[in-house]
Design a protein around this ligand. Structure first.
Ligand SMILES: *[C@@H]1O[C@H](CO)[C@@H](O)[C@H](O)[C@H]1NC(C)=O
Ligand SMILES: *[C@@H]1O[C@H](CO)[C@@H](O)[C@H](O)[C@H]1NC(C)=O
Ligand SMILES: *[C@@H]1O[C@H](CO)[C@@H](O)[C@H](O)[C@H]1NC(C)=O
Ligand SMILES: *[C@@H]1O[C@H](CO)[C@@H](O)[C@H](O)[C@H]1NC(C)=O
Ligand SMILES: *[C@@H]1O[C@H](CO)[C@@H](O)[C@H](O)[C@H]1NC(C)=O
Ligand SMILES: *[C@@H]1O[C@H](CO)[C@@H](O)[C@H](O)[C@H]1NC(C)=O
Ligand SMILES: *[C@@H]1O[C@H](CO)[C@@H](O)[C@H](O)[C@H]1NC(C)=O
Ligand SMILES: *[C@@H]1O[C@H](CO)[C@@H](O)[C@H](O)[C@H]1NC(C)=O
Length: 484
């Protein structure tokens, strides 16, 4: 366990300054951004906050996990914070109230005097069809234990517990909102979850995946997803839907109503469009989606089932690209960032800064201008195994069909893979070996839109290890139950 940091009395001027910083910003569009940490070289938290969030007036963020660096950097900024509890912790947090109290102590109490917390988000998409029923039985108990720990820490009046759910929980058979219902095989867990949320006046947090839906629903046009005028909107009884977002919200309202919770508030915990790694994943289409969404929300028209009512908040997915996200659903998963992995805007959208262009992160420190490519003077007949090995570890998603590097051909794609591996390994000599086939060059091998990136220099920034944070709780859990 880390030592408790205790409370330090603050001198009055600093206290005033802090109170001023903590007063909510003036009413803006209720959008926020997701900030994840699945990166080989995470962009330093202080730069994310001071270089991206504050200059662009981003009012709220949802952290995928309780990164101490991120929480420390957000302290005193007034940015509203949702902090995530990873799925790996559901079981220990459900089984041990002590573990839940420790989690709240370490990740909320410790920062509560400076960070403007709004929600703890317990688990992530725990009902995703792909996950089967793993850990679902622990979900509500884990949420309840966190809630109890917040009450004990006298924090429950400031923040609520939410449980992010994917939309395949209620919309997997029909695209028509009126046909939506919660999947019957999770009926009991959902009933318990809804009762828990209602008892604490907590909203239902849903994560929407328009890109996945677009890929699967061949009869729905891109216009429907991009908030464009439609000559043939989707008819659902007497209601007409001209965009995916409203239809998804109304499907959720229908499912909630059928389950007896028609008035439950809704938060969109994640919604976005990728810019690389697949056909129709481009910065232009992603911008069209994001600006369409933000403008749609700004009109405050609500949905056909809840006119003039918006989701309480909508978190865009996401702030930055993450080169270690799972690509189980597709290569595009690593390219959801509004900003590249190094904090440069891919396109423009109003995150709170209004009609101004987005500010890029300043003063980014990169590793030296060195790249690793395939040495064409060698016998490359066996290069495929090196290529596969490089891609297995590194990030080759831009080579996927439709991706920004899909057109560079052989052996350009081998060089791309080698370089990705080399940068991920901080440009170490061994990182460019590949049975002698790698060659280090100082000439940038990028072609057109296909960027051979340089990694950012993270040697000075302390980086957050979600795995270590999780280990900490697991150790406490095993210790509590004497199973070690
Ligand atoms: C379920 O929990 C185990 C450990 O408790 C974890 O390793 C796994 O990732 C979890 N799976 C899901 C889908 O949440
Ligand atoms: C819908 O959900 C059921 C489980 O309730 C699953 O077996 C089925 O494959 C899903 N259908 C689609 C189209 O995802
Ligand atoms: C699209 O096709 C699905 C079945 O594949 C159907 O359920 C749905 O109603 C169709 N939607 C529209 C708008 O035609
Ligand atoms: C919600 O409150 C009711 C009434 O107090 C109680 O019976 C129920 O068990 C609570 N639900 C949960 C999930 O805690
Ligand atoms: C669970 O099933 C019961 C009985 O069929 C139904 O009344 C209830 O609305 C269902 N609950 C949810 C959350 O789907
Ligand atoms: C959500 O917004 C409605 C008004 O639109 C408000 O009454 C409700 O308290 C809000 N819920 C939360 C959880 O903030
Ligand atoms: C390629 O691989 C084969 C089988 O592993 C091996 O016999 C051969 O020597 C290799 N060629 C080169 C040029 O490395
Ligand atoms: C590399 O490029 C060649 C030529 O375009 C192509 O045939 C091959 O499939 C590519 N390999 C990969 C894994 O991208």
């Amino acid at each position: 366990m880390r030592p408790s940091c205790g409370r330090h009395p603050l001198p009055p001027p600093l206290l005033l300054l802090l109170l001023h910083a903590l007063t909510p910003p003036p009413a803006a569009a209720p959008v926020g951004v997701n900030w994840g940490f699945s990166s080989s070289h995470p962009f330093p938290a202080a730069q994310v906050v001071r270089g991206l969030l504050l200059p662009n007036s981003v009012p709220r963020v949802r952290l995928a996990a309780a990164s101490p660096d991120a929480l420390a950097a957000l302290s005193g900024t007034g940015v509203a914070v949702t902090v995530g509890v990873p799925n790996e912790l559901l079981r220990p947090l459900a089984t041990s109230r002590k573990a839940a109290a420790a989690w709240v102590h370490d990740n909320v109490n410790r920062y509560a005097s400076g960070v403007r917390f709004e929600y703890v988000a317990v688990g992530d998409e725990s009902f995703l069809l792909n996950y089967g029923q793993q850990n679902q039985s622990f979900l509500v108990t884990a949420a309840a234990n966190i809630q109890r720990a917040l009450v004990d820490a006298k924090l429950s009046s400031k923040m609520k517990v939410v449980v992010p759910c994917s939309s395949d929980l209620y919309q997997n058979t029909s695209t028509l909102p009126s046909k939506a219902y919660f999947r019957p095989e999770v009926n009991e867990t959902i009933a318990e979850l809804l009762s828990f949320l209602a008892n604490h006046s907590s909203p239902f947090m849903v994560e929407l995946n328009p890109f996945l839906s677009f890929q699967h629903k061949k009869n729905l046009s891109l216009d429907y997803y991009l908030f464009q005028l439609m000559s043939h909107p989707v008819s659902d009884g007497h209601i007409k839907y001209d965009n995916y977002f409203d239809a998804s919200i109304d499907a959720l309202i229908t499912a909630l109503t059928k389950a007896g919770f028609s008035n439950m508030d809704i938060i969109v915990g994640g919604v976005g469009w990728p810019s690389d790694g697949a056909v129709n994943a481009t910065p232009v289409i992603a911008q069209s989606f994001m600006t369409g969404l933000v403008n749609h929300l700004a009109r405050k028209s609500g949905t056909p089932l809840r006119p003039k009512v918006l989701p309480n908040e909508t978190y865009l997915f996401s702030l930055l690209d993450e080169d270690q996200r799972s690509i189980a659903s597709g290569s595009y998963e690593r390219h959801y960032g509004i900003f590249t992995f190094d904090g440069q805007a891919k396109y423009h959208v109003n995150l709170g800064q209004g009609s101004k262009a987005l500010e890029n992160a300043p003063d980014v420190q990169y590793l030296p201008s060195k790249w690793c490519v395939l040495d064409n003077n060698k016998d490359i007949s066996n290069v495929s195994s090196s290529f596969s090995a490089a891609c297995f570890n590194a990030d080759c998603t831009a080579l996927s069909p439709g991706g920004s590097c899909s057109g560079i051909g052989w052996p350009g794609n081998v060089s791309y893979a080698f370089n990705s591996y080399y940068q991920q390994h901080d440009q170490s000599e061994e990182g460019c070996n590949f049975n002698g086939l790698g060659l280090i060059t100082t000439v940038d091998p990028s072609v057109d839109n296909c960027l051979f990136t340089l990694a950012i220099d993270t040697s000075t920034a302390s980086s957050f290890h979600p795995i270590l944070a999780i280990l900490q709780i697991l150790i406490l859990y095993f210790y509590t139950y004497n199973v070690l």
